[in-house]
Write a protein of this length. Structure first.
Length: 361
């Protein structure tokens, strides 16, 4: 993860700012000491290399790839995130159609999660398909033609992927380069919009459990920021934000899911989302680059919120649940980038709690 150090600086900087008003001043201790490998103090997220037009800066051509740039051809999500194939009838595929997206063979070329669709367990129409709010899918034209040649004139086949690098249900960044097509930005806008519901749910869950008011208020601000992200993505897609669907009704968080969402989706997932946005900004210009930097800045604050919730919940209920969650994550396997985030960003903060997580984290 080439942007790991920049992500760490950004998240810890936001955590220091959050800790005192949230009544969690002890969290800031682990964030006060870190330095760059070159000895500089932690800085602001905006310090990524600026765009250059075929120029050199300190001997480096920023239009050419270098060892710090992401491999834009790597399909890390396909390797690390849940994925599969689904061959529905056209009418069922259109339940997940990105409005305005192109068709091919009478099939929508791209699908995104639609939480308003009723998908009963055992329903053969959805066999092999994802139920994640972070799902996206692309038409497999070759497989679709094979089905058509076999006489299935109403069948469309899709390769689907559950985006697992950000906060579910939220950020959908695709590859490590900024998506340029209309439907890609529209799909991202919808998932950014759905993340509003995720933060509102967390705010309600924290309020019901007596969390500090500032921590609840910070989640409400995060929901507003995700709404802005959705509007910015709509702008880049060339659509009116009023076209976004109604917010989904999410089930309340029980205790175990609250901690897991704060740890996995918040502290880890949002940190990964910052890295994605920074990588995308490196390959963007103009309004697109500004949008990615805005998203990166806000997601750093959301990762800090995840850490703050983990710390508050652990202090409230003891370290046993946190240790169990971490053991479960290690057993399931996080993937290389998530492991780096856990080791370099999350664990150093959690070690400042009364009972630190396992050292192997």
């Amino acid at each position: 993860m080439p942007e790991l150090e920049a992500v760490r600086r950004a998240v810890w900087s936001r955590l220091r700012a959050l800790a005192v008003p949230a009544g969690l001043a002890g969290l800031a201790v682990a964030c006060d000491a870190p330095k760059h490998d070159d000895g500089h103090a932690a800085g602001h997220i905006g310090r990524i290399p600026p765009d250059h037009k075929r120029g050199h800066d300190h001997g480096h051509d920023h239009d050419q790839p270098n060892e710090h740039d992401p491999d834009v051809h790597a399909n890390e999500e396909r390797e690390r995130c849940p994925s599969g194939t689904w061959c529905p009838e056209i009418t069922d595929a259109k339940l997940f159609w990105v409005e305005g997206a192109e068709e091919d063979l009478r099939c929508p070329k791209r699908l995104v999660a639609n939480p308003t669709v009723d998908m009963p367990v055992g329903d053969p129409r959805f066999k092999g398909f994802s139920r994640s709010i972070d799902m996206r899918a692309e038409l497999d034209r070759q497989a679709t033609l094979a089905r058509r040649n076999a006489g299935e004139s109403e069948t469309c086949c899709y390769d689907w992927l559950d985006h697992c690098l950000g906060r579910p249900p939220l950020t959908h960044a695709g590859a490590l380069v900024p998506p340029a097509a209309h439907e890609e930005w529209l799909a991202r806008a919808q998932l950014e919009w759905f993340s509003v519901a995720s933060f509102l749910r967390m705010a309600r869950a924290l309020a019901r459990r007596g969390a500090p008011r500032a921590l609840v208020a910070a989640h409400l601000r995060a929901a507003e920021q995700e709404q802005v992200h959705a509007e910015l993505c709509c702008e880049l897609a060339g659509v009116d934000p009023s076209a976004l669907p109604p917010l989904p009704e999410l089930e309340p968080l029980d205790d175990a899911l609250l901690l897991r969402e704060a740890l996995v989706s918040g502290a880890i997932g949002e940190s990964l989302a910052v890295g994605e946005a920074l990588a995308a900004a490196r390959h963007s210009t103009g309004r697109t680059r500004e949008t990615w930097l805005r998203i990166a800045e806000d997601e750093a604050g959301h990762a800090a919120l995840g850490l703050a919730v983990v710390a508050w919940w652990t202090a409230r209920g003891g370290p046993g649940q946190l240790r169990a969650q971490l053991d479960e994550l290690h057993a399931a396997g996080l993937g290389a980038q998530a492991e780096q985030v856990l080791r370099r960003i999350v664990t150093p903060v959690l070690e400042g709690l009364e009972a630190p997580p396992p050292a192997r984290a």
